[in-house]
Write a protein that binds this ligand. Structure first.
Ligand code: SF4
Length: 558
């Protein structure tokens, strides 16, 4: 007998508990409180829910990060008094080009690269604090709740389906099984971060990317380190490019001193389906071996490890950000400025603009598409749009390699948004096109690397520091059809790419085994939810779906 699904009704449901949606929920509540104080006779009430798949608020959030506080100041001018967790303030910065053994400092920093005065933060700590502020404001928070499907009726989104709990590997109910719940809403807001699974469904269902360039992504792998006193001053900020990447691969490293003994460091590697052989974890380990970084880390210890995909296509790759019954916020909408390597302030601003649109819709009791369209109009008139517009060709400039990119980026600092029209992002690529592209790319040299157990570590050891936990006996959330597994993974991909998933996954989820017979083993419980596999797999056959709510990384300082 088919189990009846419970259904809960809200005015607004936010899918994803990152800075975009938490800002939106807080701002919406504030707007309602202000309205009710000014117009007691026209009191407005709204049931607002934020759901997140993490077991603890903030534990799936990871970023560098240097926070441009512009949006936070608009949202909550007294954020410092409210205890916003700021680790330190950037007070000394440098950008360096690295060769294998040497470093060369940029003689001056163009305006978009300057960070002095901005706070250094841990995004997981900021997210946990924001969730607390949202709860205080009266927002209903549902953790350990994975959004697994769209509810669409009469051509409009009317909520989301939250995943069921208690299925075994064969998708059969276990004792204590709970069916999924329908969370119905007048307006649903999707802010699931980069490459959100429901945001992807929205794109297909409502053709959101039709007019835009294909989105681009990078993988950021991050570590938090405890180091001995005396190596670096609190507030020091270092950015690098060059080693260990070849000139035709976009990416770079960072090191931020939260304090004189606690560091955030990491490495960003471009994801390219046509050249999927890179290993973002390995790139970070090689980066740490560089004398510049190793001299700071020596004698220290790895505290936390994690990874995430980063949306990097900029304004040209942004699709429509609203449609019937829904809005899209934050990185799911492409709100990230790669020129400044910053997105949290844009995500927060997009959430606030979404809140203002929803407030108007609730006030008029009208959530029709023309009213929700106000979100795009608000965005176009905002400082967030202006910032993204000025940086719109930055990432594209590096499509033809580091040197072309640096030349164009340098000119863009004089004429914001300039493009020499040679590096626009490719439109959506077919599998065949990717195969042709593969021949044009130089293979990344895989520099011999053996972890030393002091500064560099293998994936298993790093994974242990990510706090990742999943219920083992549940359906595999990394979907590859059995036909593709046989024909592509074990045959074609093996010959053409030597199964790059075994390298590009920063958590060693994919392993090729030979006994008792050749097979691709998927250890889904190791997954860091970084989405790299779904974005980098050259045949596009891996689908990342949300596992049972509550599973995944357990970041505390990332
Ligand atoms: Fe990231 Fe995919 Fe590996 Fe999970 S399986 S850690 S999403 S690359």
């Amino acid at each position: 007998m088919k189990e009846e699904r419970e259904s809960l009704a809200f005015d607004v449901v936010f899918a994803g508990g990152g800075p975009a949606n938490l800002s939106a929920a807080i701002h919406l509540k504030n707007l309602i409180v202000r309205h009710n104080a000014l117009h007691p006779a026209e009191e407005l009430e709204a049931d607002i829910a934020v759901i997140d798949k993490s077991r603890r608020w903030g534990s799936h959030l990871l970023s560098g990060a240097i926070l441009d506080t512009r949006a936070l100041e608009e949202l909550m001018p007294d954020y410092r008094e409210r205890g916003c967790p700021l680790e330190s303030v950037a007070n000394d910065e440098g950008v360096f080009f690295l060769t294998e053994k040497r470093k060369f400092a940029f003689p001056f920093l163009p305006e978009p690269f300057r960070n002095i005065g901005y706070p250094l933060i841990s995004l997981s700590r900021l997210g946990a604090w924001m969730a607390g502020e949202a709860e205080k404001a009266g927002v209903q928070l549902f953790d350990s709740t994975a959004a697994v499907g769209l509810l669409v009726e009469n051509g409009a989104v009317c909520g989301i389906l939250a995943g069921e709990l208690g299925l075994d590997r064969q998708e059969k109910p276990k004792p204590g099984h709970l069916p999924g719940i329908e969370l119905r809403a007048k307006i649903t807001v999707f802010g699931e971060g980069a490459a959100g699974s429901l945001a992807g469904e929205l794109q297909k269902t409502f053709s959101l990317q039709q007019e835009s360039e294909a989105q681009h992504y990078e993988t950021g792998v991050k570590e938090v380190w405890q180091i001995p006193e005396g190596r670096i001053k609190a507030g020091a900020v270092r950015h690098t490019f060059g080693y260990p990447l070849p000139a035709d691969r976009y990416g770079g490293g960072w090191l931020y001193a939260y304090s004189s003994t606690m560091l955030s460091l990491g490495f960003v590697t471009a994801i390219e389906r046509s050249a999927p052989e890179s290993d973002p974890h390995r790139n970070l380990q090689l980066f740490k071996q560089h004398p510049f970084i190793a001299s700071i880390l020596e004698g220290g210890s790895l505290v936390e490890y994690g990874a995430k995909a980063i949306t990097s296509g900029g304004l040209n790759a942004m699709g429509r950000i609203c449609g019937p019954g829904f809005l899209v916020t934050g990185e799911s909408a492409g709100m990230l400025n790669m020129q400044r390597i910053k997105g949290i302030h844009l995500a927060m601003k997009s959430g606030m603009l979404a809140a203002e649109t929803i407030f108007e819709a609730l006030l008029r009791n009208d959530s029709s598409p023309p009213t929700l369209q106000g979100y795009e109009e608000r965005f176009r008139k905002s400082w967030a749009y202006e910032e993204l517009y000025n940086a719109r060709n930055f990432r594209q400039a590096f499509e033809k390699g580091l040197y072309n990119g640096l030349l164009q980026a340098g000119m863009q600092f004089t004429i914001p948004g300039l493009s020499l029209a040679s590096g626009f992002l490719k439109k959506k690529e077919s599998t065949e096109k990717r195969q042709q592209e593969k021949k044009k790319h130089s293979a990344l040299p895989l520099t011999p690397f053996r972890p030393d157990g002091k500064i560099t570590f293998g994936k298993e050891e790093c994974l242990y520091r990510s706090g990742t936990v999943h219920e083992e006996n549940q359906p595999c959330h990394l979907r590859i059809s059995s036909g593709d597994m046989t024909e592509i993974c074990l045959e074609r991909c093996r010959k053409e790419y030597d199964n790059p998933c075994t390298r590009f996954c920063p958590a060693k989820v994919y392993e090729f085994t030979r006994t008792p017979e050749p097979a691709l083993k998927i250890s889904a419980s190791n997954c860091l939810h970084c989405k790299t596999c779904a974005l980098a797999d050259p045949y596009g056959i891996i689908t990342w779906t949300p596992p049972e709510g509550g599973g995944g990384p357990g970041y505390k300082l990332s």
